[in-house]
Design a protein around this ligand. Structure first.
Ligand SMILES: Cc1ncc(COP(=O)(O)O)c(C=O)c1O
Length: 444
């Protein structure tokens, strides 16, 4: 069988995630090396990676030997031991570290392999909490249209954004309920902030009443949401949701899989909103993607009634992944990457705001080093922007050596937290050129 040398093509035996047949036919870059905020492919091209590995985990940047060494040392010492009846030291140390840096009263931690499993386990823990208190009818989960919480069984039912993913997998586990997302640029209830009185949050109560409060276990949401492109809700949103959950005995799961570990300029994004979650999910930046790891944090109150967590996962509480996470957190804290995310994020957003003058750019927004440009064909009506045009912009950026991605009708940026000013300047110049050319091509 003929094999292409430096690109993957349709002859490869590998199955790619979410990649169209036509793109595979055209040839897929084989990324072979990374250094700082850059990655290199087997054809020798260098890319500035503005989405930290595209799925955005690589907070500390590529090529950190100290992080690799921590994983290697643990592998040599003890590569594996079961997460039930015994423990190893690294997950205990990581749990203690997370207890110190997560918002109070989150205090107990369980480790899984990725964000999807963390979400799954958080929902299971919520179910256990209610079950052990005799509240056995609570099986429903509230999520938001526009949300993404991973690819696994219970989590998939809280998947509101990547519609073909959800629809191909139907029928889903019963009990998924959807409410609106706080998407102010294209308000789902056609109101304007602040006159809206945060209707998208207040309306959750009607849904709870309709669905029967005694059947609802938890509400899950990202503090700042990826679905429409780095979407922060109004500051009143989470306090309203928290109050409604408390009133109905519903647990609040805050999904920090993307936002956690400095992405938004604070260690955790929920710190922007001054509320305390009952459970938190984490992954991605917890190891900067060097090894797979997800985590669930919960309060003492949530764990207190649970006699045995009926859960066993071979790779749960994995010592090597936890050792890598400990080193990764040392780097994030020691090198002040959360502060760099805040500072460079502000600088990046200032640059993106200058692009709002281009006819097809609707809104520049962002928090820390998680920013987005929302596109429209008509600024007045905020009409949706054709996705093939956005994909053209991405392809052109790639040709120029920049990796960017779409989210909804936006371009999304989540670079490694080590990104520097001159790299941001180069990005803004590149975007100004490509987006202006696209606007001209569209006759806007
Ligand atoms: C908010 C959120 N939750 C959960 C997940 C699932 O994480 P993973 O892809 O590591 O399974 C993702 C993935 O992007 C996510 O963004």
């Amino acid at each position: 069988m003929k094999k292409s040398d430096n690109r993957m093509d349709a002859n490869s035996h590998l199955i790619l995630h979410r990649t169209a047949r036509k793109d595979i036919k055209a040839g897929i870059p084989i990324i072979s090396r990374g250094e700082g905020a850059y990655v290199f492919d087997e054809e020798g091209n260098r890319y500035l990676d503005l989405d930290a590995g595209v799925t955005r985990p690589v907070h500390v940047g590529y090529g950190r030997r100290d992080l690799a060494q921590a994983a290697y040392d643990q592998m040599c010492r003890l590569a594996y031991y079961t997460p039930c009846q015994f423990t190893t030291r690294p997950p205990m140390d990581l749990a203690a570290k997370l207890a110190a840096i997560t918002p109070a009263p989150i205090n107990r931690f369980l480790f899984e392999c990725d964000g999807s499993e963390a979400v799954e386990s958080a929902m299971k823990i919520a179910k256990h909490y209610h079950h052990y208190q005799g509240d056995k009818g609570r099986f429903k989960i509230i999520s938001r249209r526009g949300a993404y919480h991973g690819v696994n069984g219970i989590g998939v039912r809280a998947l509101g954004t990547v519609m073909p993913m959800r629809q191909i997998m139907e029928p889903l586990a019963p009990g998924g309920i959807f409410v609106d997302s706080p998407y102010c640029y294209r308000c789902p209830v056609n109101l304007t902030y602040p006159d809206c009185d945060i209707a998208c949050a207040r309306n959750v109560e009607q849904v709870i009443e309709f669905e029967n409060p005694e059947q609802i276990s938890a509400l899950i949401g990202e503090p700042i949401q990826q679905g429409f492109g780095a979407l922060a809700p109004p500051r009143e949103y989470w306090p309203i949701i928290r109050e409604i959950c408390d009133r109905y005995g519903i647990l609040l799961i805050i999904d920090e899989v993307i936002c956690g570990f400095g992405r938004t300029g604070k260690m955790f994004a929920i710190e922007h909103f001054q509320i305390a979650p009952d459970l938190m999910t984490m992954a991605k930046g917890i190891t900067s993607g060097y090894v797979p790891l997800g985590a669930v944090g919960c309060t003492d109150k949530v764990m207190a009634p649970i006699d045995i967590l009926m859960h066993l996962h071979t790779y749960g509480n994995h010592p090597v992944a936890c050792a890598a996470a400990l080193k990764n957190l040392d780097i994030i804290i020691g090198e002040e990457l959360v502060e760099n995310s805040r500072k460079m994020g502000e600088y990046f957003l200032e640059g993106l705001k200058t692009l709002e003058s281009i006819a097809i750019v609707g809104e520049a927004r962002g928090t820390g080093l998680w920013t987005a440009l929302d596109f429209t064909t008509a600024k007045k009506t905020r009409a949706l922007f054709p996705l093939d045009r956005l994909n053209k912009i991405i392809a052109e950026a790639k040709r120029k050596g920049f990796i960017i991605k779409t989210m909804g009708h936006a371009l999304e940026f989540a670079p490694p937290l080590i990104i520097r000013k001159e790299q941001i300047d180069a990005t803004i110049d590149m975007l100004a050129e490509i987006i202006s050319a696209e606007a001209k091509d569209m006759g806007c």
